[in-house]
Ligand binder design. Structure first.
Ligand SMILES: Nc1ncnc2c1ncn2[C@@H]1O[C@H](COP(=O)(O)OP(=O)(O)OP(=O)(O)O)[C@@H](O)[C@H]1O
Length: 382
């Protein structure tokens, strides 16, 4: 296996700039996910690494060697793109074994068969080896395409949404398998997804891609706790982070005042000039629900919890948890709470919601959307 490095990549398709100043390093043996919405440039990035698209500017290195001008077939990468390229006239076994029969890998027949059977079992397609690929479901086809990648030794694996056609249960199983395979084999993997759960559960590090630019690269924990800007913060979590527009005031220290006056809370540890327009970000799981107007305890960190009064707007039961939307002033705040807490609660009931002010994020309301650092939090590595 080998590490990958993209430096200063720009990719133009005519007048459309798909990638800009994109730099990313994937260490040897690392599992790196590229996360971003549709059109962000994820597939284009993979194609540039694979050599299927030539960058307008910048360099690609594999194992330290500049391969920018090297043909795709000589880059020693195994790829699986979303539009799985399988041989339609062949059975599953032939599709899986063909990469091992190529001049580059030519394995003895018995060894190749063993390898195919091993990978097929791992992917749960061992009973389908004799079936023609035309008789497979999309999910089965996708697993065959992934199998074609996993059978062969390569410098690195490039995977483009390889689990997108699987149902939720199978996807979770396959995620665990992929993670185990990469750990056991020390595989270098660049994995594209628009699903943040997939990125957080699979990756050693995640690169958040938006409009052709990498916003931040870091460990899942780093990105979750210290998103560099509002785009990164919005990329993780369901329901998404609550965002409320307002301004910073100085009332014995910085405070956040929502534009509609509905939210007013201290911003401990933030050095930010009064009058600055900001957007407050509160994760749904950082909000605590209190029924009625009862006492509000101190927050876990010992600082006073900020108290918000509101009414129930929407309540949805999701297994053992409930998702609640509370109207505070004209803001709608999403919360995730244990189901037992919402028994008997109905629309328009009055509730109190608290939040530890140290847990909220403050983003500048300008074009940068940059997060204001908290002086109490030490920088995490990543
Ligand atoms: N061959 C091409 N010619 C012209 N424009 C292209 C080409 N390939 C991609 N693009 C454009 O480049 C941008 C990035 O596309 P890309 O496929 O990399 O996005 P993506 O993040 O993989 O999206 P998705 O999740 O929808 O696959 C898009 O605006 C897309 O329309």
């Amino acid at each position: 296996m080998a590490g990958l490095a993209l430096a200063g990549i720009r990719k133009d398709f005519g007048r459309l700039r798909a990638l800009e100043e994109l730099s990313l390093e994937v260490a040897d043996g690392e599992f790196c996910c590229l996360l971003g919405p549709s059109g962000a440039g994820k597939t284009t990035t993979l194609k540039v690494v694979a050599g299927l698209e030539e960058p307008t500017e910048g360099t690609v290195r594999i194992g330290g060697t500049d391969v920018t001008d090297v043909e795709p077939t000589h880059r020693n990468l195994a790829m699986c793109f979303e539009s799985y390229a399988l041989y339609p006239q062949q059975d599953v076994f032939t599709n899986l074994v063909s990469p091992l029969r190529s001049p580059r890998h030519r394995l003895p027949e018995a060894a190749a068969r063993r390898r195919v059977e091993e990978v097929a079992e791992l992917l749960g397609i061992d009973a389908l080896l004799e079936r023609s690929v035309t008789q497979l479901s999309n999910g089965q086809r996708q697993r065959v395409a992934l199998g074609r990648v996993l059978v062969r030794p390569a410098a690195a694996y490039l995977l483009d949404e390889p689990l997108s056609h699987l149902d939720a249960k199978l996807r979770a199983t396959m995620r665990a398998e992929l993670k185990a395979i990469s750990r056991e084999r020390g595989t270098t993997t660049l994995y594209v997804t628009h699903d943040y759960v997939e990125a957080l559960s699979l990756a050693d590090r995640v690169g958040v891609l938006d409009a052709g630019r990498i916003r931040q690269v870091g460990t899942p924990r780093h990105l979750w706790e210290e998103p560099v800007d509002i785009v990164v913060a919005r990329s993780f979590g369901r329901p998404a982070i609550n965002v409320v527009s307002g301004v910073v005031a100085d009332v014995a220290g910085p405070r956040f005042l929502a534009d509609d006056g509905g939210l007013d809370l201290p911003l401990p540890g933030r050095r930010i000039r009064p009058g600055t327009r900001v957007q407050l970000g509160i994760r749904p799981r950082d909000l605590t629900l209190h029924r009625g107007a009862g006492d509000v305890p101190e927050s876990a960190s010992g600082s006073a919890a900020a108290r918000l009064e509101g009414t129930v707007y929407v309540l949805e039961h999701l297994g053992r948890q409930a998702e609640l939307t509370v109207r505070v002033g004209s803001c709608l705040l999403a919360l995730v709470v244990p189901r037992t807490q919402v028994a008997g609660l109905g629309t328009d009931d009055r509730v109190v919601v608290t939040v530890d002010p140290r847990r909220v994020h403050v983003f500048l309301a300008d074009d940068s959307g940059r997060r204001v650092e908290t002086t109490h939090v030490t920088e995490a590595a990543g």
